[in-house]
Design a protein. Structure first.
Ligand code: ZN
Length: 241
C-alpha cells in the first residue's frame, strides 16, 4: 500500500480489517501516500476520535496520528470512526476556515457510510454475520436523525446554515444527527462506489474562498477528472449551494 501504518491497541482481527480498509481507501483516493507514516491508535477512554496532522502538531514523530475510541472488536464502530478520520487525513485536515468546516465534517461522515457499505463486500467472505451488522449500524445511526426526515438535504442546509458554520462538529450531540442526515443524503447521491471521491484530497488551498459558493467554484476548478467534477457537482447540488 506504500503508506507506513503503525497500529496500537487493536486485536489481530481489527488489524486485518484496518489493512483492508486503508488499502481500499488509498485506491479510491488515487493519491500517492508512499513515504508517509500514519499512526492509528485505539484509546477507548477518549470522548471522541480525532485526527492530528504533523502540520498542526509539531511534536508528532509521524506525518499524522489518528486516535479512535471504539469498543474492542466492535467492528462497525471502528470502521465508522476510522473512515471518518481517514477522510480528514486525505483532506490533510483542510479546509481550515471555520465556516467551511461543515463541508468536510459532512463529507467525512459520508465516508463512514461509504466504507461501512464497502465493508459488506469484505465481510461477505470473512465474516458473513457482519454484513447485516453493518446495515444495522447505519440504520441505528440514522434513527437519531429522525427529526430531520421531512427535509430535503438542501432545505436542511439552508435552514441550518448558521449552526453548520458555527458548530460544524455538533459539539456535545450524541451521534451527530444533523451531519449524519446530510451524510446519508450525500451517500444516496454518490453511491458506495463513490466515483470521483478523490476530489476530497483537493481542499488544501480552498480556505482562501470568501463564500461557500466560491468554495465550490474553486473546488470544481481544481478537479483532475470528469469523475471528480461529477462528484463535486453532485455534492453541490445535494446541499443546494
Ligand atoms: Zn470530523
Amino acid at each position: 500500500m506504500g503508506l507506513k501504518l503503525d497500529l496500537h491497541g487493536f486485536s489481530n482481527r481489527e488489524i486485518n480489517i484496518i489493512y483492508n480498509m486503508v488499502d481500499d481507501y488509498i485506491k479510491l483516493m488515487k493519491v500517492d501516500v508512499s513515504n508517509m507514516q500514519l499512526t492509528i491508535a485505539n484509546i477507548p477512554a477518549r470522548v471522541c476520535p480525532i485526527t492530528c496532522p504533523k502540520r498542526l502538531n509539531v511534536w508528532l514523530q509521524v506525518d499524522c496520528a489518528i486516535y479512535l475510541c471504539h469498543q474492542t472488536n466492535y467492528w462497525c464502530q471502528m470502521i465508522y470512526q476510522l473512515a471518518h478520520e481517514l477522510g480528514h487525513f486525505f483532506m490533510k485536515c483542510y479546509p481550515e476556515k471555520n465556516n467551511f468546516k461543515w463541508i468536510s465534517e459532512c463529507l467525512c461522515e459520508m465516508c463512514s457510510i461509504v466504507f461501512l457499505y464497502r465493508s459488506m463486500t469484505f465481510f461477505k467472505y470473512f465474516e458473513p454475520s457482519y454484513v447485516n451488522s453493518a446495515q444495522g449500524y447505519i440504520n441505528d445511526h440514522l434513527q437519531k436523525s429522525l427529526s430531520y426526515s421531512a427535509l430535503t438535504c438542501s432545505k436542511l442546509v439552508a435552514n441550518a446554515i448558521e449552526a453548520l458554520e458555527s458548530d460544524p462538529t455538533e459539539n456535545g450531540t450524541v451521534g451527530r444527527p444533523r451531519n449524519c442526515y446530510i451524510a446519508a443524503k450525500l451517500f444516496n447521491a454518490v453511491g458506495y462506489d463513490a466515483m470521483g471521491m478523490s476530489a476530497i484530497c483537493l481542499f488544501e488551498d480552498l480556505s482562501r474562498a470568501e463564500t461557500v459558493k466560491e468554495f465550490f467554484d474553486m473546488w470544481l476548478e481544481k478537479c483532475r477528472s470528469d469523475d471528480e467534477m461529477y462528484f463535486v457537482q453532485t455534492i453541490r447540488e445535494t446541499v443546494g449551494i
